[in-house]
Design a protein around this ligand. Structure first.
Ligand SMILES: Nc1ncnc2c1ncn2[C@@H]1O[C@H](COP(=O)(O)OP(=O)(O)OP(=O)(O)O)[C@@H](O)[C@H]1O
Length: 542
């Protein structure tokens, strides 16, 4: 493995020296340096506070509207936690397989070893006790990351806390595991409440924040306020209204006015549907209508359960043809906006030998791209994936053209990879489901909101785009844009806490805060509650 990495690194450096001429000879090395320098992120104060708290080994719940950088921050926090503890002591999970794969983690269920059959908490505990590996994961864990909590139910959250305490034999929340939980409850709710739009009875716990242990699980709960995905303040305001299910005549009029100005060719724009059947139908019809030769990429699997475990995350067979509209399903190059959700058109199929040259596509400013360490694993291209070893060349809507190499999806149980699939990180994108696009940034989309059947669906669909120019909207029915009343109350309680503590003894994070986590007088006397009050503007109602 190390040998392959070294070889690939050497190869990529060699290419950047050998394939270019004149004053660009040393360019590859310079570019790597420049990238690293440019890659410094300007964290917002709230994001810094969370990072600071994580370094102080506090458990944190991070929420916020779509595009406030929850996932972006989470990726950074995972790196921090892995340095803070040992990588094998940090478990990265998500409530859904798609979200787990995006973080190179595993589903929460698979980490926990509780299986999918409903049972009371004692039965679940026995299940985990009888699973040696699951038991060892719980005992070993120092930090547990859970993403997309909006889709996790209260009972599971409580059960897992009970299991953690009992297996670890430590009588503190989650048996002393540091938690980093992330999600926006105004987005898609737990699957249990599917097809809803009805209020459940008062005692019927649904969302994770209703779990008995929710408040005692966190030292700090923060609602990120600064939206990064969109920059137009009016659009951000509109999305906030939709998030909270409060679309009035003013918002409708604004949208209507904007719609008449939208001139983009909508045949190129992905259609976002609430139901998978519509997605499948539209994609198949559009592909047929092109009448071009279809290339089918069969995934390369390892692990006997790869098919079952990766079902619904990445397809075993991917059919593509010239002219097909596609969307990236992995983050390839964030600097060039080649991220999960970037759309484009297949403009050709390139022989594998041509790939590396094509990877050096010019940037808009005439600079070249180089392979960095992160790309090295992808160097091993499985030629057997498609007939003739042809790889799709995609012209992305933002201008870059790239040959897309296979990427790898892994399913882990603990530290062990139990299933692995190599496939081209693309999906047909004439149509996409709302569930599939949660978490994505999409440049332009078309959606008919008259078909939404779930809380948060309209908001998830509309908040994917960066600007209103990218949104082709129809069927906006104000009565179908609803926020769950329980969710509204939860966020109201966060806001009340924020107001009560609006002039917190604001502690600015220090550059190197790891050795002295909090510069607070009387540090020893600070329990969870005091810490909360002094650190952040938004805290739990414990
Ligand atoms: N501090 C920051 N400065 C600049 N850009 C940022 C910052 N934080 C996040 N971003 C950018 O904001 C965009 C949205 O981030 P991200 O996808 O993490 O949001 P999110 O809150 O997880 O959204 P969603 O709820 O829709 O999944 C990304 O393109 C990310 O690079």
């Amino acid at each position: 493995m190390l040998g392959t990495r070294l070889f690939a690194t050497a190869l990529s450096v060699y290419r950047s020296f050998s394939t270019k001429s004149g004053d660009k000879v040393t360019y590859g090395v310079q570019k790597i340096y420049k990238r690293k320098k440019n890659a410094r992120i300007q964290w917002t104060d709230q994001q810094k506070q969370i990072i600071y708290a994580i370094r102080g080994r506090k458990s944190v719940f991070v929420t916020g509207s779509a595009g406030t950088g929850k996932t972006f921050l989470l990726e950074h926090i995972i790196k921090l936690l892995r340095k803070q503890y040992r990588p094998s002591q940090v478990f990265v999970t998500a409530s859904t397989g798609v979200a787990a794969c995006a973080l190179k983690g595993q589903t929460l269920h698979s980490f926990a070893g509780i299986g999918f059959q409903m049972a009371d908490r004692d039965t679940l505990l026995n299940r985990v006790f009888s699973d040696r590996k699951a038991c060892s994961r719980w005992k070993k864990a120092k930090a547990l990351v859970i993403d997309e909590t909006s889709m996790l139910d209260a009972q599971t959250f409580d059960n897992l806390e009970f299991i953690a305490r009992n297996i670890r034999q430590v009588d503190s929340p989650w048996g002393g595991i540091q938690l980093e939980v992330s999600g926006d409850f105004f987005q898609l709710p737990p699957v249990k409440s599917k097809g809803c739009f009805q209020n459940s009875s008062k005692d019927d716990k649904e969302f994770a924040f209703e779990a008995d242990c929710w408040n005692s699980s966190f030292h700090l709960q923060v609602e990120l306020e600064e939206v990064h995905r969109q920059s137009d303040p009016q659009f951000i305001k509109l999305l906030q209204s939709i998030r909270r299910g409060k679309v009035g005549p003013e918002e409708l009029e604004y949208l209507e006015r904007f719609r008449s100005l939208t001139t983009t060719d909508s045949s190129m724009v992905p259609e976002i549907y609430p139901r998978n059947a519509d997605v499948k139908r539209v994609n198949e019809d559009r592909m047929k209508s092109l009448n071009n030769e279809v290339l089918v990429y069969s995934a390369v699997d390892s692990g006997i359960e790869a098919r079952r475990k990766l079902e619904g995350i990445v397809p075993y067979e991917l059919a593509l043809c010239l002219g097909a509209r596609v969307m990236l399903t992995k983050n390839l190059n964030p600097w060039r906006k080649l991220v999960n959700g970037a759309t484009g058109t297949i403009v050709g199929f390139s022989n594998i030998d041509g790939v590396n040259e094509d990877m050096f596509t010019d940037d808009e400013d005439g600079e070249e791209d180089v392979l960095t360490d992160d790309d090295v694993d992808d160097e091993t291209i499985d030629v057997a994936m498609s007939r003739d070893g042809l790889l799709p060349m995609v012209e992305f809507d933002m201008g870059t053209t790239m040959v897309i190499k296979p990427a790898t999806w892994v399913v882990k149980e603990g530290d062990k990879v139990v299933a692995e699939r190599k496939q081209i990180p693309l999906m047909l994108a004439w149509a996409v489901s709302i569930h599939k696009c949660q978490g994505m940034t999409i440049d332009r989309l078309k959606t008919d909101l008259s078909k939404v059947f779930e809380y948060g669906m309209a908001y998830v669909a509309m908040s994917r785009v960066r600007s209103l120019e990218g949104l082709h909207l129809s069927g906006l029915d104000p009565f179908k844009i609803k926020a769950h009343p329980k969710v509204e109350r939860f966020y109201e309680s966060l806001a009340i806490e924020k107001d009560e503590n609006c002039e917190p003894d604001y502690i600015k994070p220090k550059e190197d805060s790891r050795s002295i986590p909090f510069d607070i007088p009387n540090k020893k006397s600070f329990g969870r509650r005091k810490f909360r009050f002094s650190l952040t503007r938004l805290v739990s109602s414990r």
